[in-house]
Design a protein around this ligand. Sequence first.
Ligand code: HEM
Length: 335
Amino acid sequence: MATRRRSIAAALASFFFLLLQLAAVSHGQLQVGFYSQSCPNAEAIVASVVRQAGASNPTLLPALIRLQFHDCFVRGCDGSVLIKGGNNKAEVDNNKHQGLRGLDVIDGAKAQLEAQCPGVVSCADIVILAARDAVAFTGGPSFDVPTGRRDSKVSNLRDADSLPDVKDGIDVLRSKFAANGLSEKDLVLLSAAHTVGTTACFFIQDRLYNFPLPGGAVGSDPTIPPGFLSELKARCAPGDFNTRLSLDRGSEGVFDTSIFRNIRNGFAVIGSDAALYNATSTVDVVDSYSGLLSTFFGPYFRQDFAEAMVRMGSIGVLTGKNSNGEVRKVCSKFN
Ligand code: HEM
């Protein structure tokens, strides 16, 4: 009898161990390797399309990282940002998505996937896989991402109003991230994606020339050090919306921690990055990754960034158990 009880206990223990292991690889209803049976080459196809796009135009890689943020922060990671048409009433037509690029890369990957596994791989997942690959191809970490998202059947212009803005102060940024289940640490880590890529002068015009000052006056953001202000003004003349400049001064093409030191030293280019140094809690996070010693003793930016990308990738996902959602045939159109 005692032997039988022991073997039942052992069987239960291994069952719970198995459950724990499953929980470790699945995030909600998403799962690493979701397409391993249904479309075994799915991740390889996306990676090869992203690699080719990056080889012919390296600026597309940062654009693809940004695309994940813009998809996930509006209605969740559901591909809603990819829908085009509809008399300028689609989500993508919102000004908040100004300068968004890389949508054609997603369409290209989808076309190849449809040829191999029709109706299987969602556009929402392609966005996530492409961003993951773009991080690795710019020299960032390589990491697994869970998949299994479905695509939205909705795309509304006004839904994107809630996206964070360069003019948001630290409290607004924190609350917009919190509304998506992300912490202040995630806010700092994910903003550090600005270690790669560029911004159009459009986004810093007001910071340079139209910043509200005490007494109702306007001028330049007084937190910008004078030398850097002259540098920015020389690059972005009043009314110049199109010139592009590095978000991570002096280290645009490389995925590294210099963005944290730039923020700490007043060299943040866009206002929302500068704002990260305006509250003790986010200052602490910036500082913790700024020190060169953190490369050796932690906290480890590369690992923590990867984990934050996975968390952002889980916002508001539609999965098999939701009755809404579909797997689009073409990413820019509902079925
Ligand atoms: C905290 C709120 C954020 C704001 C206000 C913000 C704002 C911006 C702006 C204004 C640009 C320049 C866009 C252009 O001119 O094309 C930009 C670029 C970029 N953003 Fe953010 N961003 C934020 C968070 C994020 C997050 C969470 C990610 C991804 C994890 C991200 C990734 C990028 C990348 C990689 C670029 C460069 C794009 C390129 O070179 O085409 N951003 N961001």
